[in-house]
Design a binder for this molecule. Structure first.
Ligand code: HSE
Length: 448
C-alpha cells in the first residue's frame, strides 16, 4: 500500500525531532502502522534551513496553505503554536478533509470545541497526544486505557519549567527571581516565560485532561490559574519541615454535592502551587520532568512519568498520533475513538465550579508580633469559621528575624474546607493588628 503522506507546518524543535524519529524508526513504525508514513512536504518561514534539515527529497515551502492545498497530503501536523494563524490553518486543513495532528495545547484549550465540532462534521481526526505532558502518553491512557473507570481526579506536574525552578529553589534555598534568571541562562525557561511561570501553560493542559476525564467541553476560561511567582524560599523550607514539598499542580476533580459543606456538584479545574506529602512519588518528581496521577474508581491511583517537553520526547507523541490515524482513517467515523473520549452527543453538562466552591486544605504562614495571645486570636478565628487545624508550627523569633527580633512566623496546616470560608477567615486574620504582613496561603493536596 502506498505510504500515507504527511505535511508538516513548522520545522522547529519538535518538527525536526518528528522528522528524525520517523526516518530513524521508519521500518518498525511501518510494521506497527501497517503502512509507511512519510513526511513529504514541509512549510517553514526559513525554507533554506528547513530544507537543510530534511534533505532534497522533501518539498519545502514557506506558505503553510500550499501544504493544505496539496491533494496528496492525508495528514497535516501543526507545530506552529498559539491561537492566531495556527487556528486558521487547523480549521482550513479540516475543511480540506485532512486529518490533523497538533501539539498546540493553547489552541485546543481555548478553541477545542469549535475545532472538534468541525472535525466531526467533516469526518476527520484531530489528534493531540503531544499537547499534554509531551512524551507521556496521558491522552491515550485517559481516553482508552482507563475507559472502564469513572475518573475521580487528576493531579499533574505538567509544566517542566516551573518544576525545574521549584526543584532548584528547594535544593539551593534560593528565591524565585534568582532561579528564574538561572533557568533562562540554561535555556530551560523562555525569554518570555510568562505562560509557564504564571501557570497558563499548565492550565491549558489541565483543561484538556479535564474535558477527556469527565466528558465536558474544554473550558479554559473557567480554570483557576495561579503561578509560582509569589513563592518564597521560606515557604518551601517550612513545607519541608512539615513533611511536604511544593509543586505546581494542575488539578481537576469530580465533586458530588455536599449539603454539610453547602457545596454543589461539579468539576474542579485549577492550577496553583500545592503542598504535596513528601512520601508521595509525585512529590519526588524533580527538574524539568512531568508526572500525572489519575485516580479511577476501578483502577485506583495510577501515575505516569516522563519528559514533558523536548524534541524527540514530543516527537514520540506526535508520531503515535500519526500511527493511530494511519490505522484508523479508513474506519467509520463512529467507530473511532472520540476526540474527547465521550461521544459528542453524550457530553456532560456538569459545571466547572468557581474557586470559591473548591474544597481543599491549606498551609498558612502569618508574620506576627511575638506577643501573648496572638496564636489564640488566630486559632479562634479559624474555629469560629468551622475550619479545623491539622498542625501548627511556630519558629523562635530569633531564628526568623535575627537576634532580638519581636516578630515570628506562625505556620498553620488546616483540614479540608470550602475556599469561600477560608477567604472570609483570612480577611479577619489579616485585619488583626498583630498580623504584620500579607498572609501567605498555599493549598495542600494529600493525593491519598
Ligand atoms: N513550556 C512547557 C514546559 C513545555 O515547561 O513544560 C511545552 O509544553
Amino acid at each position: 500500500m502506498k505510504p500515507i503522506q504527511v505535511g508538516l507546518l513548522g520545522m522547529g524543535v519538535v518538527g525536526s525531532g518528528t522528522f528524525n524519529v520517523l526516518r530513524r524508526n521508519q521500518e518498525e513504525i511501518k510494521r506497527r502502522a501497517g503502512r509507511g508514513i512519510e513526511i513529504t512536504m514541509v512549510a517553514d518561514l526559513d525554507v533554506a534551513r528547513a530544507q537543510g534539515l530534511v534533505g532534497e527529497g522533501v518539498q519545502v515551502v514557506n506558505e503553510a496553505r500550499a501544504v493544505i492545498a496539496n491533494p496528496d497530503i492525508d495528514i497535516v501536523i501543526e507545530l506552529i503554536g498559539g491561537y492566531g494563524i495556527a487556528k486558521a490553518l487547523v480549521l482550513e486543513a479540516i475543511a480540506a478533509g485532512k486529518h490533523v495532528v497538533t501539539a498546540n495545547k493553547a489552541l485546543l484549550a481555548v478553541h477545542g470545541t469549535e475545532i472538534f465540532a468541525a472535525a466531526s462534521a467533516k469526518g476527520v481526526m484531530v489528534a493531540f497526544e503531544a499537547a499534554v505532558a509531551g512524551g507521556i502518553p496521558i491522552i491515550k491512557a485517559l481516553r482508552e486505557g482507563l475507559t472502564a473507570n469513572s475518573i475521580q481526579w487528576i493531579a499533574g506536574i505538567i509544566n517542566g519549567t516551573t518544576n525545574f525552578i521549584l526543584s532548584e529553589m528547594r535544593d539551593k534555598g534560593l528565591d524565585f527571581d534568582v532561579v528564574l534568571k538561572e533557568a533562562q541562562r540554561l535555556g530551560y525557561a523562555e525569554a518570555d516565560p510568562t505562560f509557564d511561570i504564571e501557570g497558563v501553560d499548565a492550565a491549558h493542559k489541565a483543561t484538556i485532561m479535564s474535558a477527556i476525564a469527565f466528558g465536558i467541553p474544554v473550558q479554559f476560561d473557567k480554570a483557576y490559574v495561579e503561578g509560582i511567582t509569589k513563592l518564597g524560599a521560606a515557604d518551601i523550607k517550612y513545607a519541608e519541615q512539615l513533611g511536604y514539598r511544593i509543586k505546581l499542580l494542575g488539578i481537576t476533580k469530580r465533586r458530588e454535592a455536599d449539603a454539610t459543606k453547602g457545596t454543589s456538584a461539579g468539576i474542579e479545574l485549577r492550577v496553583h502551587p500545592s503542598l504535596v506529602p513528601t512520601k508521595r512519588l509525585i512529590a519526588n518528581v524533580e527538574g524539568a520532568m512531568n508526572a500525572v496521577m489519575v485516580q479511577g474508581d476501578a483502577v485506583g491511583t495510577t501515575l505516569y512519568y516522563g519528559k514533558g517537553a523536548g524534541s524527540e520526547p514530543t516527537a514520540s507523541a506526535v508520531i503515535a498520533d500519526l500511527v493511530d490515524i494511519t490505522r484508523l482513517h479508513t474506519a467509520d467515523a463512529a467507530q473511532r475513538v472520540p476526540h474527547l473520549a465521550f461521544q459528542p452527543n453524550a457530553m456532560s453538562d456538569l459545571p466547572v465550579l468557581p474557586m470559591s466552591e473548591v474544597v481543599t486544605s491549606y498551609y498558612l504562614r502569618l508574620r506576627v508580633a511575638d506577643e501573648t495571645g496572638v496564636l489564640a486570636k488566630v486559632t479562634g478565628i479559624l474555629a469560629e469559621a468551622g475550619i479545623s487545624i491539622d498542625a501548627v508550627l511556630q519558629r523562635e523569633a530569633d531564628e526568623v528575624g535575627g537576634e532580638g527580633s519581636t516578630q515570628t512566623d506562625l505556620i498553620i496546616l488546616t483540614h479540608d474546607c470550602v475556599e469561600a470560608r477560608m477567604n472570609a477567615a483570612l480577611a479577619q486574620m489579616q485585619a488583626l493588628p498583630t498580623v504584620l504582613a500579607p498572609i501567605t496561603r498555599i493549598r495542600k493536596e494529600e493525593l491519598a
